[in-house]
Ligand binder design. Structure first.
Ligand SMILES: *[C@@H]1O[C@H](CO)[C@@H](O)[C@H](O)[C@H]1NC(C)=O
Length: 981
């Protein structure tokens, strides 16, 4: 939800009871550009861009940072030293401790801090209580693994004088070359340079300095190392101290302290990541020109409602992880900094060799990272595959949580279902229309006057009964709980927040008060462990009365959104636990709140019974690591075609950024979608990992059963498709939870050798299934061109029409059709019985679709567990690999699990779950006369089935592949078996 409507909510609340229709008059709005800074309006960004301009316009520019050779030490996988910078016209040197850590995983980390110089020198202004240290706790929140230091990393004795070389990584194929003067690092793989730091000399650690009243001409940067012209870098002191924007003044008690570095990816033409932005997956250049942005990509978590399409403007979450891709090679960097960050991207093409007769040069990508404060701390991943890079990043920041099965099914949300009877009525109508859904959501209006942990006694008098009705079909409720706590006397939550001193403070150390949904509010400071402990107590069933075990939580507004704050968020000089300034940790703030909520839901159920279930929390704001805690959605979009179109690259971008449990509001949050748009959006949503319909309070009701025919049927079909593929989705989530792999995957990830597909971001592969979808995102479109990267056969999911790659094929896409292909060589698990909710499908039989391609072999996996508890961690799951081999004409099921103490019990429970159908697409012609297949289950006739099953043959028709069906082979999903064709 957004703030501009929020400002209107005051009067709305007053008239709401009397005049429900009055709610429909809020005028349409679009993003308020002027509420958000450009680089030029953000002092440190402007300063560093100017620094870059000076450096890059001067061919003799040399970076003023030097690694003092006498300080360099290498011990047990860690290199340390001190990087110096002389302050001109003083005898002072800024000393910047350097640490380069080589990890067992092959990931390297470069950390640069700032040493205090002289006592008293950086005393703060305003008697501020802000901590006088560069923020060094981002890792505490973001990093959970992958930090075992390498024992194999070793100095390379051949290093030239003035440099240090370290060999590391798998097979010691990686090398870091640390150049001392000027300081810079190059990373090589197999002898080839992949990443360069400070090669263009844009490194800039704005050292702390005392405030003096006259201009500090003596503080011009880097006099000695630099040729004369660069002395003309006029430091623009106007942005060093108090800085105002939009009527708010940031007091900046520590003055300028930005950190910046240039990171070059030589010979890499494409970069991805730096999520989240509403733009193409392949990041654009940012320093102006045709088709380029003129501002850097910005990461500063904000409530940017009705955001703009194709823009580097910041959104709600920040993942400062970037990958570069060239043919057959991927590398990446993770910039571990939680302050406001900007990233400039430019590309340069080396001039072609004159002898190469018209063959072009190589394009490289240069990036320039600028953060307002904190450490310079970055991780280097050398690939070589996209999964190597994403997996290594996932090892550091954690893999996505294995979610409850219901949470990957269909969610129905609206601001707001207005009473408990309304919720029950919607629930009944879904059933009456036979439309599956798992979760219904409550936005802020369920509360008593925006006081979280309460229910409006007039409109939700009996929440338990409501949750009971939902539970009858194993459905869930998700209710919103935001971080702003209403400042109202007698509200126990705010009373405790104050008395226990757990709120965010203002710069003077008093409780911060701002404006949000409830009006005057305070914000819980989840950086404080005591606040997180307290938060847990609020969710207990005896505390948050009216809640049941099937209720989960939505954390919104956690950037945090502050209606009267600068850029609709918190002032940067607020103070958090440990007296860290908000500026230092802004982008992590949202994640700490979700962390507290996650732990609260977990302990709510742990305290109550012995069978704890996995929490579900949806968040709007996020940072690197948030994937461990739940799902995200792309915030307040609009019911407009371009927003539908943009949702695909946005969701893909989240997938390759380690946070794959992502989706966009189906139907569009603001405005009323046409029925065509709504139907197309459900078809696209069926391929979002997080699949939720949502609508603004001023929109007309649009539950699928209201759409009317043929739309309701079309939407139901899209939902049924999602439900029948839930086994494939859940298997993909399991893979994500163990390897960090994206759930929906862009072309470059699946085909890293195919340069032609590197910029494609409007089609997606589902997990490792070979399913390739390209939802229609344009009005009136009746056919869809799909790009096939490989020389492989693809088949239409619905009618087995055969296509052949490589190249672009055209697929018919009338309104009732989702362009969806199956790549040859895969086996896809499905559950085909229509049910009201996913919970009711738990013991349903499985259908396997075997898709034979060029090789004639096929493979696929299936992961199943109870979909809710942690018992899978004790082995209560089924994980099978299915293989069809053309040489033996047989399909087998192999166990790929690691059994544990609960395995037997679970297999017993699943004993009756069988494979009920096997569909073989592109079946060999030789089967045309075949009537049956041989079935053998492990353990033979005693425990399992052994015998024959019927085979039904369907010959080729027109462009469609031949196919065969094995009916009821009767084999158990949890056992090994073989079917001989
Ligand atoms: C929440 O954060 C704390 C402190 O960093 C950590 O110990 C805990 O494991 C986190 N919880 C989750 C669910 O990640």
């Amino acid at each position: 939800m957004n703030w501009i409507n929020g400002l209107g909510r005051g009067w709305k609340a007053l008239v709401a009871v009397a005049c429900v229709l009055c709610l429909l008059v809020t005028p349409a709005v679009t993003v308020k550009h002027e509420n958000f800074k450009t680089c030029d309006q953000s002092g440190f960004c402007r300063r560093n861009r100017a620094y870059a301009d000076t450096a890059l316009s001067n061919s003799k520019w040399q970076s003023p940072y030097t690694l003092d050779s006498s300080t360099v030490k290498f011990d047990k996988g860690i290199l340390t030293g001190v990087v110096d910078k002389k302050i001109t016209n003083t005898d002072q040197t800024v000393r910047l401790p350097l640490k380069v850590t080589f990890h067992e995983s092959g990931t390297a980390r470069v950390t640069i801090d700032e040493e205090k110089r002289q006592k008293g020198e950086i005393e703060l202004r305003h008697d501020s209580k802000a901590r006088k240290e560069r923020y060094n706790e981002a890792e505490k929140w973001a990093i959970v693994g992958g930090t075992v230091v390498s024992t194999g990393a070793a100095l390379n004795k051949d290093a030239e004088k003035g440099s240090t070389r370290v060999m590391y990584g798998p097979g010691s194929k990686f090398e870091a070359i640390i150049q001392h003067a000027p300081f810079g690092v190059q990373f090589k793989r197999d002898g080839e340079t992949q990443i360069k730091l400070n090669d263009r000399g844009l490194m800039n650690m704005e050292h702390w300095r005392p405030k003096v009243d006259k201009p500090e001409t003596e503080q011009k940067e880097g006099e000695e190392a630099v040729v004369a012209e660069s002395d003309n870098i006029a430091e623009d002191e106007s942005t060093w101290w108090d800085e105002s924007f939009g009527g708010n003044t940031d007091s900046k008690p520590r003055g300028p302290e930005a950190v910046a570095m240039d990171i070059e990816f030589p010979a890499y033409q494409y970069v991805y990541g730096a999520a989240s932005h509403a733009g193409p997956l392949a990041l654009k250049e940012t320093r102006g020109g045709d088709g380029k942005y003129s501002d850097p990509y910005r990461l500063y978590n904000s409530d940017v409602f009705e955001y703009e399409m194709d823009s580097p403007m910041t959104l709600y979450g920040a993942i400062p992880f970037m990958q570069a891709q060239k043919k057959d090679s991927a590398v990446g960097v993770f910039w571990l900094n939680a302050a406001e960050t900007w990233i400039d991207i430019t590309k340069s093409t080396s001039s072609a060799n004159p002898l190469s007769l018209g063959i072009g040069g190589t394009t490289s990508t240069d990036t320039h990272w600028i953060s307002e404060s904190g450490l310079l701390d970055l991780f280097i991943f050398l690939g070589p595959t996209p999964q190597d890079v994403i997996g290594a990043y996932g090892e550091l920041t954690g893999y996505t949580q294995l979610p409850q099965q219901f949470s990957i099914a269909h969610h129905q949300c609206r601001w707001n279902y207005v009473t408990d009877e309304d919720v029950k009525d919607v629930d009944r109508k879904f059933d009456k229309s036979k439309i599956p859904y798992d979760v219904i959501w409550l936005d802020i209006e369920y509360t008593d006057g925006k006081k979280y942990f309460t229910w409006d006694p007039m409109t939700f008098p009996d929440p338990i009964n409501m949750q009971k009705q939902l539970d009858e079909h194993q459905r869930k409720l998700v209710a919103i709980i935001d971080p702003h706590i209403k400042n109202e006397g007698g509200y126990s939550v705010v009373d405790e927040l104050k008395s226990k001193d757990l709120a965010i403070k203002n710069k003077d150390g008093n409780i911060y008060e701002g404006w949000c949904w409830p009006g005057s509010s305070h914000w819980i400071d989840c950086f404080n462990p005591k606040a997180r402990e307290w938060w847990k107590t609020l969710f207990r069933y005896d505390k948050f009365k009216g809640t049941a075990k099937n209720m989960f939580i939505w954390n919104d507004m956690n950037e945090p959104s502050v209606f009267n704050g600068p850029e609709t968020t918190a002032p940067k000089d607020l103070l958090h636990h440990g007296n860290w300034e908000h500026r230092d940790l802004h982008n992590i703030n949202g994640m700490t709140f979700v962390n507290a909520t996650y732990d609260a839901i977990l302990s709510r159920d742990k305290d109550e019974d012995k069978h704890p279930i996995r929490p579900f929390v949806l968040t709007r704001s996020f940072y690197a690591g948030s994937q461990r805690l739940g799902a995200m959605w792309t915030g307040d979009n609009q019911a407009a075609w371009p927003h539908l179109e943009a949702s695909i690259p946005m969701v893909l971008s989240m997938g390759i950024s380690g946070f794959p449990f992502a989706g966009a509001d189906v139907g569009g949050f603001f405005g009323n979608p046409s029925k065509e748009l709504l139907a197309r959006w459900y078809q696209a949503g069926a391929f979002y990992p997080f699949f939720r319909a949502h609508a603004h309070i001023d929109t007309r009701r649009r539950e699928p059963y209201l759409a009317g025919e043929p739309y309701t049927q079309i939407i139901s079909q899209a939902l049924r498709l999602r439900y029948s593929l839930l086994p494939a989705w859940y298997t993909a989530f399991h893979e994500a939870s163990t390897t960090g792999a994206p759930i929906v995957r862009p072309n470059y990830y699946v085909h890293p050798s195919d340069e032609k597909g590197f910029a494609i971001d409007d089609q997606l592969y589902l997990g490792s299934t070979g399913l390739l979808a390209k939802p229609v995102t344009k009005e009136g479109q009746e056919s869809q061109d799909i790009y096939l990267a490989d020389k492989e056969k693809y088949f239409d999911y619905f009618d087995f029409w055969q296509y052949e790659g490589p190249g672009t094929v055209s697929v018919a896409a009338p309104l009732d059709t989702i362009p969806l292909l199956m790549q040859g060589g895969n086996i896809i698990p499905r559950r085909e019985r229509p049910r009201r909710s996913s919970g009711l499908m738990k013991y349903d039989p499985i259908t396997l679709v075997v898709v034979l391609g060029n090789s004639g072999d096929a493979e696929g996996t299936l992961y199943l567990d109870d979909g809710e508890s942690y018992e899978y961690q004790s082995g209560a799951y089924i994980h099978r690999r299915f293989k069809y081999s053309t040489s033996t004409s047989s399909l087998t099921s192999e166990d790929v699990s690691s059994p544990g103490k609960k395995t037997k019990e679970y297999l017993k429970l699943m004993e009756k779950v069988r494979v009920e159908r096997i569909v073989v697409v592109n079946a060999p012609e030789g089967w045309s006369g075949k009537k049956e297949v041989e079935v053998a289950e492990e353990g033979g006739a005693k425990s399992g089935k052994s015998g024959k099953a019927e085979l039904e043959w369907h010959g080729k028709v027109e462009g469609k592949a031949a196919w065969a069906v094995v009916r009821d082979p009767g084999v158990r999903v949890g056992e090994g078996w073989k079917i001989q064709f």
